[in-house]
Design a protein around this ligand. Structure first.
Ligand code: LLP
Length: 430
């Protein structure tokens, strides 16, 4: 449903606005966000998963305006720090519609979340269970809790491992018995209510089989808690991780299909176990915001580099890089890109789009065929940068983090402004 398209002159338009016109106002690099597309994707999840609470994962991208859209579109919100919580509340998301994650929330963060009446705190360690119970006792404010479990499933893109090692920091292991023990302790604690179990199996997942295996294992624990502890937990969360298309190779499933598959497995398993279905929730971040943004850069230099074997690669340097998109360097992620400011009939060449940072791994797009006449001053757009782009941006090399510009009906609105050198100097005590 993205409204990005090129006109007859090869100029890219987003949300009814020509990218060169937008750039004339806000300069580059800039993240351009299609508001209608964001709202449509949020609604698609909400509607497809009717009867399932959809928590937008704020870590993928959050600012006050986006939090407001989430509230307006009637979604829930997942946060994992006091900063995200503050922005969520500022955008008008009600505390009780917020879930709070993290393997090491500080005592201050926990206290604030509990006192504000956050809807659910996802506990991740025995220490944290103690801490939550102590805060609830001390403040007299009851805490609502989910227990993060490790289902032994790890899923990435097209593969999942049903016997994944559990050597990672998140959650209580189901297989070791820790998850059951965590649930037992939460149930036993005064002032703490256990809402349910929570599982998150990975990122950029296309193959839903991983969710099925995880759901089965989590439901088995859910049933054991009912039979041995006599507590039927009202809720269950299966996390996020739904994949999106970064390149033409990727073919993600629509939300409705995911929803149908997930609901089916839960209904089926609950029937088999003879238990009542818990109310389900999920936490998509990337699948909502990822496709709604592109990053626009200006080309600064072009260089041909001779490769071993005689081939030539064209290096196109743009005015951003790993400070506004760390994902290529960090995860070896694939992106595509396009010439956004004009048409070209030049023969395509194999190009690599790189940033301006002092590091050879500073790559934005590893391989893309771009017109051979790309030159300084041209605009390049990289689609699909909405998730974990701005949210993982850094000030490496004292880069100024780019603005986020929301476009709707041909109108641009800056919702996160570009940083200035003064912003950097504000924290630098000289
Ligand atoms: N729920 C939990 C508990 C999570 O840990 C995450 C992501 C999500 C939901 C949202 O996942 P999504 O639907 O956005 O895939 N920074 C990385 C991915 C790390 C995500 C961590 N947790 C990236 O750029 O791909």
């Amino acid at each position: 449903s993205s409204t990005a398209s090129k006109d007859a002159d090869g100029v890219l338009h987003v949300g009814g606005l020509a990218i060169p016109d937008l750039v004339a106002d806000v300069n580059t690099p800039a993240y351009v966000l299609d508001e209608d597309d964001f709202r449509a994707r949020a609604r698609a999840f909400r509607d497809a998963f009717e009867g399932v609470d959809v928590y937008y994962a704020g870590k993928s991208f959050l600012c006050t305006t986006v939090a407001r859209w989430i509230a307006e579109e009637n979604l829930f919100l997942d946060v994992c720090s006091d900063g995200e919580l503050t922005v969520a509340l500022r955008g008008g998301v009600e505390a009780e519609r917020i879930g709070y994650h993290g393997n090491n929330k500080t005592p201050m963060e926990l206290r604030r979340a509990i006192v504000l009446g956050v809807g659910r705190i996802v506990v991740d360690s025995f220490h944290e269970i103690k801490r939550v119970a102590a805060i609830a006792a001390e403040t007299g404010v009851p805490a609502r809790v989910m227990v993060r479990v490790t289902a032994g499933v790890e899923a990435h893109t097209h593969e999942f491992i049903a016997t994944a090692h559990e050597d990672q920091k998140f959650g209580f292991s189901i297989s070791s018995g820790d998850a059951f023990e965590a649930a037992r302790r939460v149930i036993a604690a005064d002032g703490v209510e256990l809402l349910g179990l929570h599982s998150h199996i990975g990122s950029q997942i296309f193959d839903t089989a991983g969710f099925e295996v995880a759901a089965r294992r989590v439901l088995a624990l859910h049933a054991r808690i009912a039979s041995e502890l006599g507590v039927v937990l009202p809720e269950m969360d299966l996390g996020g991780g739904f994949g999106i298309a970064y390149t033409s190779q990727d073919d993600p499933k629509p939300a409705a299909e995911l929803a149908a598959g997930m609901r089916e497995i839960v209904v089926h398993e609950c029937r088999a176990l003879g238990i009542e279905e818990p109310r389900l929730s999920i936490e998509p971040g990337r699948a909502i915001v990822g496709p709604t943004m592109c990053t626009v850069y200006t080309v600064g230099t072009v260089k041909q580099v001779q490769l071993d074997g005689g081939a030539v690669r064209t290096y196109i340097s743009v005015d951003g890089g790993m400070s506004d998109n760390i994902r290529t360097a960090l995860y070896d992620a694939d992106y595509s890109c396009t010439l956004a400011s004009r048409a070209s009939s030049a023969e395509p060449v194999l190009a690599r789009v790189v940033g301006k940072h002092c590091e050879s791994g500073d790559i934005v797009v590893k391989d893309e065929f771009l017109p051979g006449d790309v030159a300084p001053g041209d605009l390049i757009a990289v689609p699909g940068t909405g998730a974990y782009g701005r949210s993982m941006a850094s000030n490496y090399n004292h880069a100024l983090r780019p603005p986020v510009v929301a476009v709707k009906d041909g109108q641009a609105r800056v919702i996160v402004r570009r940083e200035t050198v003064d912003d950097l100097l504000a924290t630098d005590i000289g």
